[in-house]
Design a protein around this ligand. Structure first.
Ligand code: ADP
Ligand code: MG
Ligand code: MG
Length: 251
């Protein structure tokens, strides 16, 4: 049985359908890559899987870990084990990162920890990510650089150990340091949690260090091609043009 099973999904905003007839399934522990030109609908798919109320599902279903979550709110999905990296996290002045992280672990029975265990766990993750612990005393996202936001994302990923992490990297111009943090975070997540990944990226450098099980190509709100890791190199060489005919055929 698949961890995530999306069937005949149509979704969009109130005025327009963005995603058309999406079928995608992903097993526990697998790494899938989602590629496609700008505006294809990749981020929308991430938001729809997470349950962002800005989007409505008009047809089809999303089943996660044996549970139909198509109509569940985002917090339920999060507790069920889905994690979506945010492109533009909210800044929360006055809330130290440390308190925020403690608060989100308290919501999860499976992460029940004493204060001491929590501190140890955070230290362990900070070491895995090669993070300075002074980072934790800072206010949530206030004045965070792009790289620091990525660090926080990876920290949350390793702390929460979701069953499925959707990492949408496309719009963030990651510098070398941020890339290294993301790569390390993904590796640690794969190793310690055997978590499944849906990675939206154009960055071959992140993908280089990942064993990709499946690649999906999206164009104009539809999945137009799929394959294994070899598809990434093919797209790198020949771009998305090669799928134009497929796309016309389905439109
Ligand atoms: P990608 O991540 O592949 O670049 P997006 O999912 O961000 O693509 O966007 C797909 C299409 O849906 C674009 O045309 C975009 O403008 C539109 N879209 C996405 N979100 C919204 C929204 N909240 N309201 C209106 N249009 C949206
Ligand atoms: Mg598949
Ligand atoms: Mg996007």
């Amino acid at each position: 049985q698949s961890l995530l099973s999306i069937s005949g999904l149509h979704a969009g905003t109130e005025d327009k359908t963005i995603l058309h007839d999406i079928n995608l399934s992903l097993n526990a522990g697998e790494t899938h890559v989602l590629m496609g030109p700008n505006g294809a609908g990749k981020s929308t798919l991430g938001h729809v899987i997470m349950g962002n109320p800005a989007y409505q599902v008009t047809e089809g279903s999303i089943v996660f870990d044996g549970q139909d979550i198509t109509n569940e709110p985002a917090d339920k999905r999060s507790l069920a084990g889905i994690f979506l990296s945010f492109q533009a996290p909210v800044e929360v002045p006055g809330v130290p990162l440390h308190s925020f992280l403690r608060a989100i672990t308290r919501k999860r029975p499976e992460l029940k920890m004493t204060a001491r265990q929590f501190r140890d766990r955070i230290d362990e993750i900070a070491e895995q990510l090669d993070m300075d612990s002074s980072f934790l005393t800072r206010e949530l996202n206030v004045g965070f650089s792009g790289g620091e936001k990525k660090k926080l994302e990876m920290l949350q990923l390793l702390l929460l150990k979701p069953k499925l992490a959707i990492l949408d990297e496309t719009d963030s111009g990651l510098d070398v340091d941020a890339l290294a943090v993301v790569s390390r975070g993904i590796e640690a997540y794969r190793e310690t949690c055997n978590g499944a990944l849906l990675v939206v990226t154009h960055n071959a450098r992140i993908l280089e260090r990942l064993t990709v099980d499946h690649t999906h190509v999206m164009a104009r709100g539809r999945l137009v091609a799929e394959g294994g890791a070899e598809l990434i190199g093919k797209i790198d060489r020949d771009g998305f043009e090669q799928f134009a005919r497929v796309e016309e055929a389905v439109c």
